[in-house]
Structures are given as C-alpha cells and as structure tokens.
Unconditional design. Structure first.
Length: 103
C-alpha cells in the first residue's frame, strides 16, 4: 500500500486502516502495482463526508484496467464486512467505514 504524497492521515480510524489492509490484499490481484490511497482526511469532499472523521478513503483506479473496475469493486465488497461501503466513482474507488445501526 502506498499513500499519495500529500495525503493526510491524522485521525484515521483504526477500522478504516484495517479495511485498507484488506483492500491492499485484494488490489494485488487486480492492479499493475500496489494500491495507492489518494485521500483520507484531506482534499474537498461533501460537508457530511466521512473523510473528515477519518472514516473514508479514496483508492486510485488508474493502475487497473477500466474494464476491471466493477469487478475489483465487487471483490473489495466481498472481502470486507458489511460495515464498509465501497463505491466506484468516476475516477477512483471510495471506501468508508460506516456501520449500520441495528434494527
């Protein structure tokens, strides 16, 4: 796993870090090189974004063939618990730790 040079991780939640470790293992099967985290608590996000709480990260996709993005996203979802949301965005994969409240 690599972090883009300007990524800020101060305050990252341990649950997100554990999720990133799982994602890194999955990425090894899909990417041309190691997984790169491009944002955690930095950059601009929506006001309600979990990035600001250290509970979300963006993962680079440009080292994965575009025809594999959806399959990679599905593989990440399968490898993680249901406490994580994995969303394929236009130019990255968004990962967030967001446990569901018990019903």
């Amino acid at each position: 796993m690599k972090f883009k040079a300007d990524v800020k991780i101060r305050g990252i939640r341990t649950e997100l870090l554990a999720g990133l470790m799982v994602c890194d293992d999955v990425y090894r099967d899909w990417a041309t090189n190691s997984m790169t985290v491009t944002s955690v608590v930095d950059s601009r996000h929506s006001e309600t974004s979990l990035h600001y709480d250290g509970a979300a990260a963006d993962l680079r996709t440009r080292n994965v063939s575009p025809e594999n993005w959806a399959s990679l996203t599905a593989a990440l979802k399968e490898a993680l618990t249901d406490e994580f949301d994995v969303v394929l965005e236009a130019d990255h994969i968004h990962l967030e730790f967001q446990p569901k409240r018990p019903s």
